[in-house]
Design a protein around this ligand. Structure first.
Ligand SMILES: *Cc1c(COP(=O)(O)O)cnc(C)c1O
Length: 388
């Protein structure tokens, strides 16, 4: 027996879908192909200057060089609460209802450890961000798949969850604007979810990092806009996508105070918080001029228009994209998702097979609009030369 053998919980995992994509992409580049990667959801735009400026000033202040507080600087949590008030009209107590995170992925991954006992159910959308399922399994939870289907606007049909499954579940993950389908949920859906959570005494975990990337006059909602939602919901946000800060690792959870405290208790035992200078930069992001966010929306809107029109002209079907920086594109009839992804790869275009987000993602690919408008035009040119 080898000395170092992985634990069962690791061995049971499917391979991380994006690792394989990275490998294929590197191989193409090695062979001299001009590769355009629409594979990974990581903004190509830089962090706005005033945020970088704030970090560089605060990094020099020795006050920030020691361990930060576990729950985040109160000033950061106050900035989050004020932003929630301005953006969503939601009132939060910065002391009890806001927690800083080392990126929202960190908080999402730790939440089941705080709330799920071995054998408890966790309701997980598919296709969906893989972390929900894996984190549930790490906690010994039993994931129950909520299929997201086109005919339901990629919203889960909660009324289809069997009562015995719902009654032994502790947690319901939802994510709008949605990665990977780009769907947006309205308050009517959130209302169903809140009612469902009350009925079955479970917590809703709404993962909402894309609320600021939208393309019409009706900005996406927070589930906490509903009266009483705080009794059954926690919402995760991130500075990663809104301010092009994926590398900085800062996000936050807000909402139900008991859930926030439970997650905080896990965190005090596994990490020591976010570098305070980064939190100060986060305050600058949330409190500073928001025209950088407006400008980011314009950049994505231009790319979106080029890609949607080009793909549709090439005969492809693109799911409605009111928000997020993803396009959820149907695989042409008669092709498998693998064949389609490989056909695009041969044309030097990296996309993600929908099955990377769960088997219910079959029949689709995801394109991340994280390359320049010129590169989007090149994607369209290459795709229009292909036969489907
Ligand atoms: C990008 C993303 C996150 C994580 O963002 P962090 O950088 O960890 O804050 C969480 N959920 C979804 C659905 C995402 O796409």
């Amino acid at each position: 027996m080898a000395l170092v053998e992985r634990a069962d919980r690791i061995r049971a995992l499917p391979p991380y879908p994006f690792a394989e994509l990275d490998r294929k992409k590197a191989e193409l580049i090695r062979h001299g192909v001009d590769v355009i990667s629409l594979g990974i959801g990581d903004p190509d735009l830089p962090t706005p200057d005033h945020i970088i400026e704030s970090l560089s000033i605060e990094a020099r202040n020795p006050v920030h060089h020691q361990y930060p507080s576990y729950e985040g600087m109160l000033r950061f949590r106050e900035a989050v609460a004020a932003w929630y008030k301005r953006r969503f009209g939601v009132t939060l107590d910065p002391q009890r209802e806001v927690l800083s995170l080392i990126g929202s992925k960190e908080g999402l991954a730790h939440l089941p450890l705080a709330l799920v006992n071995p054998g408890d159910g966790v309701l997980v959308p598919s296709p969906g961000y893989p972390v929900y399922r894996v984190a549930s399994l790490f906690a010994g939870g039993v994931p129950y798949t909520l299929p997201l289907r086109r005919e339901n606007g990629f919203l889960p049909d909660l009324s289809a969850v069997p009562v015995d499954v719902a009654s032994k579940s502790k947690l319901l993950f939802i994510n709008y604007p949605n990665n990977p389908t780009a769907a947006v949920a309205g308050l009517d859906f959130f209302e169903h979810a809140v009612e469902f959570a009350r009925r079955h005494a479970l917590l809703i975990c709404h993962d909402a990092p894309y609320t600021e990337i939208y393309f019409d006059s009706d900005p996406p909602k927070s589930i906490l806009e509903l009266d009483g939602a705080k009794e059954v919901a926690i919402e995760f946000h991130s500075l990663s996508k809104t301010y092009n800060m994926t590398g900085w690792r800062i996000g936050f959870a807000v909402g139900n105070a008991d859930a926030i405290a439970a997650l905080g208790q896990v965190k005090t035992n596994v990490d020591s918080g976010v570098f305070e200078a980064v939190q100060c930069a986060g305050i600058s992001a949330l409190e500073g001029d928001q025209s950088c966010v407006e400008q980011m929306r314009r950049v994505y809107a231009e790319r979106r228009a080029i890609l949607i029109q080009g793909l549709e002209n090439a005969g492809l079907r693109v799911s409605p994209c009111r928000a997020s920086f993803y396009l959820w594109v149907e695989v042409p009839r008669g092709k498998t998702v693998e064949a389609f992804v490989n056909q695009l790869l041969d044309a030097g275009i990296v996309t993600t097979p929908g099955t990377g987000f769960g088997k219910e993602g079959d029949g689709y690919i995801r394109m991340a609009m994280t390359v320049s408008a010129d590169r989007c035009r090149e994607v369209v040119r290459r795709i229009q030369r292909l036969e489907f």
